[in-house]
Design a protein around this ligand. Structure first.
Ligand code: GDP
Ligand code: MG
Length: 163
């Protein structure tokens, strides 16, 4: 069985950009519109000799009771349940949002191993871009640029070690 990595986070943090980089496909829909990727989306990746499966998710709105947001939350929860490790992505340029905290609470209850990843960190100092996120209580964040590829190989190797 290949280890399964789920990419989770609020809309527009760069999940699909990372998915595309990991799977080298154009399958996941990358868009400037938040929330456009509405389905769970599976892909295969490989780092050296290490194959893995990765699930892109459309978004996360745990309080929605029905409609498209509810459906997206359901699919995201299912992706988390299927995952060996969850890569929880936040936006280093926007900083911490209340939504990030809600997702953290859900992930903590899920019992899955979680790696906190600060994306969009190209050209930024580690201490500056991560400062906000320590209060989530998920330890030292990993810092990447999904768009440029910085830190992505290290992240995946760490994720596979944790899976
Ligand atoms: P998703 O909604 O979480 O799947 O986010 P997307 O992958 O669709 O990306 C949302 C926006 O963030 C797009 O405009 C991306 O080009 C941009 N983006 C993604 N990764 C990075 C990054 O590493 N750096 C910067 N500056 N922008 C990024
Ligand atoms: Mg997306």
């Amino acid at each position: 069985m290949k280890p399964v990595i789920a990419l989770v986070g609020r809309p527009n943090v760069g999940k699909s950009t990372l998915f595309n980089r990991l799977t080298r496909s154009r399958d996941a829909l990358v868009a400037d519109l938040p929330g456009l990727t509405r389905d769970r989306h599976y892909g295969e990746g490989r780092i050296g000799e290490r194959p893995f499966l990765v699930i892109d998710t459309g978004g996360f709105e745990p309080v929605a009771k029905d409609g498209i947001m509810h459906e997206m939350a359901k699919q995201t929860k299912q992706a988390v349940a299927e995952a060996d490790v969850v890569v929880f992505i936040v936006d280093g340029r926007q900083g911490l949002t209340p939504h990030d905290k809600t997702i953290t609470d859900f992930l903590r209850k899920s019992g899955r191993p979680v790696m906190l990843v600060v994306n969009k960190a190209e050209g930024m100092k580690y201490t500056t871009v991560t400062a906000d996120f320590y209060e989530l209580g998920l330890g030292d964040p990993y810092v990447i640029s999904a768009a440029h590829g910085d830190g992505v190989m290290d992240l995946v190797n760490e994720a596979l070690d944790a899976a």
